[in-house]
Design a protein around this ligand. Structure first.
Ligand SMILES: CC(=O)N[C@H]1[C@@H](OP(=O)(O)OP(=O)(O)OC[C@H]2O[C@@H](n3ccc(=O)[nH]c3=O)[C@H](O)[C@@H]2O)O[C@H](CO)[C@@H](O)[C@@H]1O
Ligand SMILES: C=C(OP(=O)(O)O)C(=O)O
Length: 450
């Protein structure tokens, strides 16, 4: 059985949509819970995403006990029975690799399946390993696994990252919390999710300073404990709904969106002529077409996020003029271009640059989500395409969007989700509400482990 999203284009989106907790915060935060030798952590606004379920299963397999209901996850990691994250989990989700730092710090030993590449790039882990080695760990590789061992406690060190990697900054920061002495990470990533993780770690008793700047200083402590923490709102999910409003010429309040985290996305939308109003608890997006073409260059935070590149490209297809989109973070993040072309888009790729011709008359087609954000972008394009778009590869989208069809249809979009054996473009005349109801029920199920 396979799920698909069916989208019929043409509706303006209006109303209010609530942003869920951030995927890229909650994953390292759940991994960091392994550092709590005492007590229990309660994580609020933990979004019911496939990735969240996957990392919870990794922690469970390591011995932590977890309950998860109504977006509240409780993690008790007092007892750890294994130091290993096997292939079956890491293959499903690269972020499983984030348990390496906490396990190494807490147990002095860990064995994790190599994450390998994925659709958007090769995604090496050399900076994570360089950091662990600097902290005194011995690293060995074999049979598709990485093993890290330390002789006693890790020791604080100065680590310069060759690239400001989000994952490496998080993994090293977590490993350093229980090390002896002071660790300084230079050229650290500055994403809001790093700050959220640092706040969580400090609540657990760690001493992390400077998160959100290029230099993070961690003074090691002897033990840490569980804490209550609320995850920040997902800036990429928020940005996706902002683009949904803009592309349909709509008027949408994105509740929970933090404007400070969305600086470059807001700036680019404004450059295009979209009206943005900053409210106390969110951002209102009002768009009247035509919109102007703009150039985009992805960069580490506070630059334009690579995770918004494909959604923005969908919008540029509907703008007036030609745009140049440069992807500098991942070497292969233009997989959505082939799919856009099936929808009548005109885009030319030259190396890591895409030249996008605006004013496209997009037409609905059967397309495939090659990764999470490519999937979101295809749905956005479907909202303004003539006829019906059928998006497969939904498992990618489920990694990062909570109740996507439900949230968009509440704004007036004609979108629903189906589960099928075979392609079903012909069935798209079925009443959306009935199918959405079935799907939402299926999708609302959250495990409650004891
Ligand atoms: C779960 C999570 O938070 N995922 C986000 C995180 O991924 P992730 O943490 O994997 O991304 P990184 O910041 O590590 O990757 C950025 C760049 O650094 C390179 N690199 C990374 C590590 C390393 O050891 N060596 C190396 O060369 C990567 O190949 C890539 O070109 O940040 C990315 C960049 O904002 C986002 O797209 C992902 O959504
Ligand atoms: C690339 C992404 O995530 P991950 O690092 O989890 O693959 C993303 O969220 O767009």
């Amino acid at each position: 059985m396979m799920s698909k999203f069916i989208v019929r284009g043409g509706n303006k989106l209006t109303g209010s949509v609530k942003v869920s907790g951030a995927k890229n915060s909650v994953l390292p935060i759940i991994a960091a819970s392994l550092l709590g030798g005492e007590g229990e952590s309660v994580i609020y606004d933990a979004p019911p995403l496939d990735d969240v379920i996957t990392i919870s299963k990794v922690l469970k397999s390591i011995g932590a006990s977890i309950t998860y209901e109504n977006d509240v996850m409780k993690v008790n990691a007092q007892r750890i029975t294994s130091c290993e994250a096997p292939y079956e989990w890491v293959r499903k989700m690269r972020a499983s690799f984030l348990v390496m730092g906490p396990l190494l710090a807490r147990m002095g030993h860990t064995r994790i399946s190599l994450p390998g590449g994925c659709a958007i790039g090769t995604r090496p882990i050399d900076q994570h390993l360089k950091g662990f080695e600097a902290l005194g760990a011995e690293i060995s590789l074999g049979h598709g696994y990485i093993e890290a061992k330390s002789n006693g406690r890790l020791r604080g060190a100065k680590i310069y990252l060759d690239v400001a990697s989000v994952g490496a900054t998080e993994n090293i920061m977590m490993a350093a919390t229980l090390a002896e002495g002071v660790t300084v990470i230079e050229n650290a990533a500055k994403e809001p999710e790093i700050v959220d993780l640092a706040n969580y770690l400090n609540g657990m008793g760690a001493k992390v300073r400077g998160a959100g700047t290029g230099e993070i200083r961690i003074e090691g402590v002897e033990k840490m404990h569980g804490v209550n923490h609320t995850v920040i709102p997902d800036r990429i999910e928020a940005g996706t709904y902002m683009v949904a409003a803009a592309i349909t010429g709509g008027d949408v309040f994105v509740e929970g969106a933090i404007a400070d985290h969305l600086g470059p996305v807001i700036s680019k939308l404004e450059e295009m002529g979209v009206q943005i109003e900053l409210g106390e608890n969110g951002v209102r997006v009002i768009a009247n077409h035509p919109l102007k073409a703009v150039d985009i260059k992805t960069l580490p935070y506070p630059g334009f996020p690579t995770d918004m590149q494909s959604q923005m490209m969908a919008l540029l297809l509907k703008s007036q003029g030609t745009s140049v989109v440069s992807e500098t973070v991942f070497e292969n993040r233009f997989m959505h271009v082939d799919e856009f072309q099936l929808m009548n888009a005109e885009i030319k790729i030259e190396g890591r640059t895409a030249i996008v011709t605006g004013g496209a008359n997009l037409t609905g087609a059967k397309v495939c989500a090659t990764d999470l954000r490519a999937g979101a972008a295809l749905i956005l394009a479907g909202l303004v395409s003539e006829g019906t778009t059928e998006v497969s590869g939904v498992h990618h989208i489920d990694r990062g969007y909570v109740h996507l069809a439900e949230k968009l249809s509440a704004l007036g979009a004609d979108i629903w989700r189906i589960t099928v054996d075979e392609p079903v473009l012909e069935q798209s005349a079925q009443p959306a509400a009935t199918i959405i109801k079935e799907e939402v029920n299926m999708f609302n199920v959250q495990p409650s482990w004891v």
